[in-house]
Write a protein that binds this ligand. Structure first.
Ligand code: GDP
Ligand code: MG
Length: 163
């Protein structure tokens, strides 16, 4: 989850297809499945690439309730998208009836160094406060993308609700 344009689709496509799309329809919400191995154990990860968060609130309630883990993505080049993930976390907590929620924070577009608006230390500080991991990624240059999905699988596995 994350604001429009932060690179949710680009990260998903990079992970699923090992390719980079310059443009992906921002209104398409799609799910993808990938089988891979984390810490020597196979898993089948189903990823919902969300779109238009605001418009379909009821649908969002449903997918939040049914999802086991959340990758909260912002763009390192847009400060308002960093603020947005605070709201998203509140929304997730208000819908889930537990505080044991697997979350990973991602600052994407690390390749755009000149346009950076959010410092690494700010992402790290937030992650520390929330007790989660923080990664800076680039879907374009394929930096740290796999780490994000491996980490969310680890968090899901170690959560109380995983069976
Ligand atoms: P979404 O709305 O969050 O799904 O964002 P998209 O994946 O559609 O990406 C929005 C725009 O940002 C597109 O033009 C992408 O090419 C671009 N983009 C996504 N990830 C990166 C990245 O890591 N680096 C750069 N430079 N651009 C990116
Ligand atoms: Mg998208």
């Amino acid at each position: 989850m994350g604001s429009g344009g932060v690179g949710k689709s680009a990260l998903t496509v990079r992970f699923i297809n090992a390719s980079y799309l310059e443009w992906y329809d921002p209104t398409i919400e799609d799910s993808y499945r990938k089988q891979f191995t984390v810490d020597g154990q196979a898993c089948l990860l189903e990823i919902l690439d969300t779109a238009g968060i605001e418009q379909y609130l009821t649908l969002n309630d449903l997918f939040i309730r049914e999802s086991q883990g959340f990758v909260l993505v912002f763009s390192l080049t847009q400060r308002d998208t960093f603020r947005e993930i605070l709201k998203l976390r509140d929304t997730i907590y208000s819908i889930k009836s537990t505080f044991d929620i697997p979350i990973v924070i991602v600052g994407n577009k690390s390749d755009l160094g000149d346009e950076r608006e959010v410092e690494t230390s700010e992402g790290e500080k937030l992650a520390e406060r929330w007790g989660v991991r923080y990664f800076e990624t680039s879907a374009r240059t394929d930096t740290n993308v796999w780490l994000v999905f491996e980490e969310i699988v680890r968090k899901i596995r170690s959560s109380d609700h995983y069976k």
